[in-house]
Design a binder for this molecule. Structure first.
Ligand SMILES: CC(C)(COP(=O)(O)OP(=O)(O)OC[C@H]1O[C@@H](n2cnc3c(N)ncnc32)[C@H](O)[C@@H]1OP(=O)(O)O)[C@@H](O)C(=O)NCCC(=O)NCCS
Length: 433
């Protein structure tokens, strides 16, 4: 019992920075028709309700493929596909509208649930659906007429923004309307992607129907996606989602997440835990965070020398740096070292010192320092260390913001305490892992 309470408290505290970071941000979340059919759909709705309650501005986009498929077969219409898209002819259009309309109502109803004794208790989500997507016909391609299958022509961002600003959650379906008053069947993933781009969303979240393959990267850049698509040809839907994510990132969406809807709670794990549960696609990972090698010595020296001159960092000779290079972690951007930090373990005390944290002045205030420290903390946890300490003369408050608390010489391993420089008078900070 005590263990469970401690876990809850621990989890809550760990999640707090993410809760603060996500508040008032705009997330576009796509989930498929298969997800709606699945046993876990109620849990997904509960998790979306939690995001809404935490002040995240939500645009939900639902798919409808299996529901449309069933509805069309009921009418004894043979479904046609070309280039991976359904051809929506005159006969299929009505079943498509009925299937999508029905789903929209079902999702709105689920989001309205606020029964006591359910995770939705007390939630009051106002959902808004409407003619937010202007569509145009795909037309005739390679001699194939797509009839009422269309593509997104414009997203009515002002109207969506107005709903989000008034605290509503926006629900989009894979249907769009043309200025001629016609209805078009759209790809829901494309609706989500184009909407995220048009809104300049903070995140596009694409929920995949299958578990990501074992060992699938937890972070990708657009260039890595291209390589992956070429070399490993992932399954159809995953490939589509990766392409959507790449398109969104290249058009300025900050981050895209591809996650598996079947894993219970994957959305919450991805958004509120350090290790996540899916794959994050972002442009900035072309900044590689990694362990330093001997080839980085020149770049690190270039970065830290000005800071050493200003007395912010303790002086290190090239020889010393070469000897200690294995302790260093660097962030490299386009071949240049723009940040570094070092971790010096004291295995007997199950402790380690964080030192030499430096970010190039042109790249500060973009959470690189925080990422470096998080990276070192993760490495320290893997080594089963119990606490980290840092000695600082001018960056005390910054370390306090990273969760470090003032300590004293007594907190240092004896070996390190013996080397304390009384002239420098650095302050000591500790973080228990
Ligand atoms: C400290 C340092 C690593 C932070 O790097 P960063 O990538 O800018 O860090 P983050 O983006 O994660 O954090 C930036 C925030 O910390 C604040 N900050 C930076 N230095 C600070 C300091 N000395 N004291 C208090 N806050 C500080 C910034 O003002 C910014 O806050 P804001 O966005 O509210 O203005 C970087 O400023 C640096 O290289 N400083 C010189 C070297 C140094 O002092 N290293 C520590 C010795 S161990």
């Amino acid at each position: 019992m005590q263990d469970t309470s401690a876990n809850i408290v621990h989890w809550f505290r760990d999640a707090a920075p993410y809760i603060n970071r996500h508040r008032e941000k705009t997330f576009v979340v796509y989930f498929s028709g298969e997800a709606i059919d699945s046993a876990g759909f109620d849990n997904l709705i509960h998790d979306l309700a939690i995001l809404h309650a935490l002040g995240i501005r939500l645009v939900l986009v639902h798919g409808a493929r299996p529901q449309i498929e069933r509805r069309i077969r009921l009418e004894e219409i043979t479904p046609w596909f070309a280039h991976g898209l359904r051809i929506t002819d005159d006969r299929s259009l009505n079943p498509v509208i009925e299937a999508v309309g029905r789903l929209r109502v079902i999702i709105e109803a689920r989001l309205s649930l606020s029964l006591a004794n359910t995770p939705m208790s007390g939630s009051r989500i106002r959902v808004c659906s409407g003619n937010f997507i202007t569509a145009r016909p795909l037309g005739v391609r390679n001699g194939i007429d797509f009839h009422h299958t269309g593509e997104v022509r414009r997203v009515q961002t002002d109207a969506i923004e107005a709903q989000l600003a008034s605290g509503q959650c926006v629900l989009l379906s894979p249907l769009g309307y043309s200025p001629t008053g016609e209805v078009f069947n759209l790809s829901a993933e494309d609706v989500a992607t184009r909407t995220a781009i048009a809104l300049g969303a903070d995140k596009l979240i694409l929920m995949n129907d299958r578990a990501l393959p074992d060992g699938f990267p937890s972070q990708l850049t657009p260039a890595q996606i291209d390589e992956l698509l070429l070399d490993h040809s992932p399954s159809g839907m995953l490939a589509k989602h990766l392409q959507n994510a790449r398109e969104a990132i290249e058009a300025g969406v900050q981050r895209c997440h591809v996650i598996d809807h079947e894993r219970d709670g994957s959305l919450l794990l991805e958004l509120f835990t350090r290790d996540g549960a899916g794959t994050l696609v972002s442009a900035e990972a072309f900044e590689d965070i990694r362990q330093a090698t001997i080839n980085d010595v020149g770049g690190i020296l270039e970065l830290i020398e000005p800071l050493e001159r200003d007395g912010l960092l303790v002086r290190r000779s090239r020889e010393q740096l070469e000897l200690e290079i294995d302790h260093f972690t660097v962030i490299q951007r386009d071949g240049k070292i723009i940040a570094c930090a070092a971790l010096y373990p004291y295995p007997e005390e199950k402790a380690a010192e964080i030192a030499c944290v430096a970010v190039h002045p042109e790249y500060r205030q973009d959470r690189r320092g925080e990422r470096l420290v998080e990276y070192l903390e993760k490495a320290a946890r893997l080594q089963r260390l119990k606490y980290l300490f840092v000695l600082s003369t001018q960056t005390m408050h910054w370390f306090m913001e990273q969760g470090y608390r003032p300590g004293s010489l007594d907190d240092l391993p004896l070996e390190r305490a013996a080397l304390y420089n009384y002239q420098r008078q650095s302050k000591i900070f500790i973080k228990h892992l």
